[in-house]
Each structure stands twice: as structure tokens, then as C-alpha cells.
Design a protein around this ligand. Sequence first.
Ligand code: SAM
Ligand code: SF4
Length: 330
Amino acid sequence: MSLTDAYNRQIRDLRISLTDRCNFRCFYCLPHGEPAWAKKETLLSFEEIEFVADIFVSLGIEKIRLTGGEPLIRRDVPVLVEKLSRLKPRLRDIALTTNGYDLSRHADALKAAGLDRVTISLDSLRAGRFAEITGSDSLDRVLNAIEAARESSFDPVKLNAVIVRGRNDDEIADFARFAREHALSVRFIEYMPLDSGHGWDRSLVVSGREIREAIEMEFPLELASATRGSETAWKYRFADGAPGEIGIIAPVTEIFCGQCSRIRLTADGQIRTCLFSATEHDLRGIVRSGAGRREIVEFIEAAVLKKEPRHYINDPSFTQPERTMSFIGG
Ligand code: SAM
Ligand code: SF4
């Protein structure tokens, strides 16, 4: 079985948000203060996630990424990973995106449960700036988490850095150096209009091209592969053969929707067919109504057929989705 949308794109990647809550307040994602969190009873239980993941995998989903909010705020995430691991080998890959705050103490258990890959977000290598960006004075803790992930045999350990003009664009080469010195894979991400403070402005977007040029001023790069397939990132290696890898994700300036293979499940069980969708599909409602497997399959297939052809960030009529990245699941 396979999930194909109306534009003949095969859907193989599912991102599952485990919670909309977060212990950080990254300015490009969550505002300061106390957001209106989802009610606990609306969040999918691990059993519900396991149930729908099994159906998604039977429909051709090959990769699942657990995200949030901060996924490690949910208790016992290794238990969920263990449940999802039972879907292997049809499910080829289970990954986690985390801010790293709680990763050190869970890394071994996550690895043992079958987590294949981990991505840690890190937007500054300077302690004061890290605190300003995230609202949490925890750079050392996140750096320790990177080391812990490596010690738990995650290889490569991937970092995500959202680059925002005037905030951390002067650290682009520093991140590349960090990737080389620690044999890490660093993904640079363009700033997208998904912040709950609605502070996004096109002038703040540092384009993928600018990012590459800033790195190449110090460290010449070579494309690792001439094609990107359904991946979001162009991947580069260092031309001098140094370890480490660079990825550049440029959803704003280089639309890659034509090859998109992703759908998302929000923490409260809504299918989103695009980060920028204006509508959601209430999978939780169907599951909790006691629907049978066939009905759920039909619901998912119908939702996928409504997947948008592309995002409209660059159109004058673009309106930012109500849900922020923390809710949708990055
Ligand atoms: N809390 C976890 C973390 O920060 O890694 C997982 C969830 S977070 C929403 C997933 C990724 O989305 C992070 O790497 C974050 O930097 C990125 N992100 C959040 N808001 C963004 C925005 N407005 N533009 C681009 N990336 C964003
Ligand atoms: Fe939390 Fe991740 Fe959003 Fe930062 S990017 S506020 S760590 S969910």
C-alpha cells in the first residue's frame, strides 16, 4: 500500500508532535508568558499513537519523527519508541527532534528502545545569546546533551540552527567550525512565519544562499549529492575532507514542495498535510469514535488527497497559520 496525494507525491514521512508544551521560549516559535496549552485529555495517548502509527505504516509511512513542543516533556518517551520499534522493519526509521534540555538522562534508554536518530536544536554557541533566543540559560546543558547523544551511539548527531538576521547570523561560520571540530551534522534552517508572536518579517530571513556563502568564506563546501530527492536539506561536505556535514534548509527562498513526502500529526491528533495548512483533519475524533481500521484508512487517504500543492509564504495574500511550530510539530 502507498499513500499518494493528488499531485502524485508519495507520502512516506510522518512527524508526530507529542506535546505542544515546551520548557523553552524560542522567540521564533513560542512567545514569552504562558501560552494557552492544549487540554491534557485532547493529547493522543501512547496507545493511540501506536495504533495510528501502525495504520500509517501499513499505508507506506517509512519514517516517523517525534517532535513537539518539547517531546521529552512527555513522560516515558522511550516506552513509546519501544512500541513504535515493533513496526520495524516496515518502519525504517524513528527519529526525535529535541531542544536537548532533558536528553542526557534519556539518551541511553532512547537508543535501547530503538530510536535511530536524534536532532538537537542549537541556535547559538554563546551562552548569553542562547539564553536570549530560547528564554533558557542552558547552553552547557545542551552541549552536554550533544556529547551524551554521541556516547549513546547516535551517529551522526544532527543539530538544527534557525538563522535569523541580526540575532545569530554572525555565527554561521562558527557553527560550521563546530560541525568540523565535533564531526556533527549541522542543519541551517531559514526562519519561517510560524512564530506565535507574529514577529516574522521577510527581512529577517537569511536565505539559504547567504548561509552557504557565509560558510564558504571560511570553509569551502562540496555538494554531497547532486539531487535532494524528498529531503528538505541540500547536503554538503567540507571540500578539504574535514569531518562533519552541512545541511541547508531553505523553505522560504527555494520552495521544495514539489518533492514533499511529509504529513504531520499534531499533539491533539489532527492531521496536517502541510506546515502552512489552513485546515486540519480530526483523526483523534475518528479514532475515539471507535471507528474501525478501514474507516480510519479511508479518512487518512482522503486527508492526504487534500495535501496542498505548495506553500504560499511568498504570495502577497499569505496569512500565517493560527497554530505555531510548537503546536504543529517542527
Ligand atoms: N522542541 C524541539 C526542538 O526545539 O528541537 C522540537 C520542536 S521544534 C518546533 C522543531 C524545530 O523547529 C526546531 O529545530 C526549531 O528550531 C524549528 N523551528 C521552530 N520555529 C521555527 C520557525 N519559525 N522557523 C524555522 N524553524 C523553526
Ligand atoms: Fe520549544 Fe522547540 Fe519551539 Fe524552542 S523551537 S520553543 S525548544 S518547541
